[in-house]
Ligand binder design. Sequence first.
Ligand SMILES: NC(=O)c1ccc[n+]([C@@H]2O[C@H](COP(=O)([O-])OP(=O)(O)OC[C@H]3O[C@@H](n4cnc5c(N)ncnc54)[C@H](O)[C@@H]3O)[C@@H](O)[C@H]2O)c1
Length: 252
Amino acid sequence: MDFEGRVAIVTGGSRGIGASTASILAERGARVVVADVRAEEGAAIVAAIGPQASFFPLDVTNEQQWDDLFEHAATHFGPVRILVNNAAISRRTPIVTCTRDQYEEVVAINQVGVFLGIRAAARAMADTGGAIVNVSSAAGLRGMPDLVAYSAAKWAVRGMTKVAALELAPNAVTVNCVLPGGIDTPMTNESSFLPADREAMLTAMTPLGRQGRPDEVAEMIVFLASDGAQYCTGGDYVVDGGRTSGTPARPR
Ligand SMILES: NC(=O)c1ccc[n+]([C@@H]2O[C@H](COP(=O)([O-])OP(=O)(O)OC[C@H]3O[C@@H](n4cnc5c(N)ncnc54)[C@H](O)[C@@H]3O)[C@@H](O)[C@H]2O)c1
């Protein structure tokens, strides 16, 4: 996969799956803007990548910042051809105690943020073509307890992906969705997403018997952003060690 001369934006690129995606794109020749609310971690990633990367402070819920981001990318590196809508937050709350504010915070970032990104990219790529990769979740394929807003937003990302794929196909812009599950990142580790006996639980839940690494998701994102995927649009691509295929346990 050769990204020489391509300009990419990766939201939520300061750590986890986004940081891995930005690094792999740059290794393969792209010029990458890491866009995130975490400036310190973002600056460290950009320093590690080198001069073909740049950090831009972006809160994905802020419309003006999206315009400023695309302008920054265009003046710094050139017209943007790849957008990875990866930024998200996770909050665990049962429905009965979930406040409207908690629900709306997650939807604003994980759903509205993706809409604003798709819209900005659709405008920027109208004449050049390009690739948009949205990061949903295994929670966008099935229900998960205590993740009502997160699941709703991740299902919405899949829906938006299909609408955008239809609308942007005439402009040679592909739009696809990656659905990770059980990846070892700060999000999973910080949010008490999993209980203390996590290893045993993960092995039981995951046919491949382990957590995934950020680069294993990043490779799928990078493929969908490449010319190798130019006949793929509107698709859901699961990277979850087989979790959404069913439970590996056999009835005794
Ligand atoms: N880790 C997993 O197991 C898993 C599973 C399914 C889906 N995902 C999805 O993968 C993507 C990456 O997750 P991760 O595990 O690397 O998480 P992470 O928390 O490690 O990274 C997410 C990044 O998004 C940034 N971010 C959060 N709110 C933002 C905002 N308002 N504006 C801009 N940036 C913001 C954070 O600062 C952070 O750098 C997310 O969309 C997540 O929902 C992860």
